[in-house]
Design a protein around this ligand. Structure first.
Ligand SMILES: Nc1ncnc2c1ncn2[C@@H]1O[C@H](COP(=O)(O)OP(=O)(O)OP(=O)(O)O)[C@@H](O)[C@H]1O
Ligand SMILES: [Mg+2]
Length: 245
């Protein structure tokens, strides 16, 4: 496995990237019961900051990520991206904002098994209208940034779990998003690979000044962020800064 982490940047990002939740409420109505998943969450994440969201299962971490990223509608409150309320964006603008400004890293890798690492990474670029030549160049740069330049022709089944997660990180970051959301991005990895992935995310966060909001159950991962947000029962219970990393 290519362990060394290259210092190549995934790309420069614009100066925006701050995200604010103001009194965010999310109620799921399943017909029989109403679940108050978020009960008035206030959170400011500054540009270039890395925040870890922690708390017990069911406390609303995924819901908060989905609401802040515009994947899910709010029941109340507001989310501001670079000062602009998400609710004031029309559907098309919101979709474009998600495609261009936001990256997602999920727990399951969601890589297409028949495609190589490079093909998986370049797919969103091709869908976004880049030429195959441009897309391949950017995909190879992104794979290099995650230390996988020698694995570009390999298919997911030929890679370890940690390597597959690196490919998904390259794919999430290849279009140079301002804000990256991760829902337990290391959830399927052993502790050593988890730390490696988190160290890599931290490096990309610092080099590219991208904003990161990462959900994790693992304090050893959370403490590598700038601050930890502890949630409980749909609210932020406390927020504390981590020691400099
Ligand atoms: N689509 C949905 N429909 C109904 N209820 C939902 C839905 N999604 C989440 N919930 C409920 O909202 C609450 C918060 O769920 P959420 O998935 O945000 O928790 P979480 O903190 O991410 O938990 P975990 O650590 O287990 O992933 C839970 O009570 C959950 O059952
Ligand atoms: Mg969750």
């Amino acid at each position: 496995m290519a362990k060394s982490e290259s210092s190549v940047k995934v790309g420069s990002v614009s100066s925006d990237g701050a995200i604010v939740a103001q009194g965010v409420v999310k109620t799921y109505d399943t017909g029989k019961v109403k679940v108050e998943a978020l009960r008035g969450v206030n959170l400011t994440v500054n540009k270039g900051e890395m925040v870890a969201v922690m708390g017990p299962s069911g406390c609303g971490k995924t819901t908060l990520l989905n609401c802040m990223s515009g994947l899910d509608d709010l029941s109340g409150g507001e989310v501001l991206i670079n000062g602009k309320p998400l609710s004031q964006m029309k559907d098309r603008e919101r979709t474009r904002y998600r495609a261009e400004k936001i990256g997602f890293i999920f727990q399951s890798y969601n890589l297409l098994p028949v495609l190589s690492s490079a093909e998986n990474v370049e797919l969103p670029l091709l869908l976004g209208g880049k030429t195959p030549k441009e897309a391949r160049k950017l995909a190879l740069e992104a794979l290099k940034a995650v230390g996988l330049e020698e694995w570009s022709t390999h298919k997911p089944s030929e890679l370890s779990g940690g390597q597959q997660q690196r490919v998904t990180i390259a794919r999430s970051l290849v279009n140079r998003p301002e804000i990256v959301f991760g829902d337990e991005p290391t959830g399927n990895l052993d502790s050593e690979s988890s730390k490696e992935i988190m160290t890599l995310l931290r490096k990309l966060n610092k080099e590219n000044k991208q904003t990161f909001i990462i959900v994790t159950h693992d304090y050893n991962i959370g403490r590598l962020a700038d601050k930890i947000i502890m949630m409980r029962d749909g609210l932020i219970e406390k927020e504390f800064a981590c020691s400099p990393y």
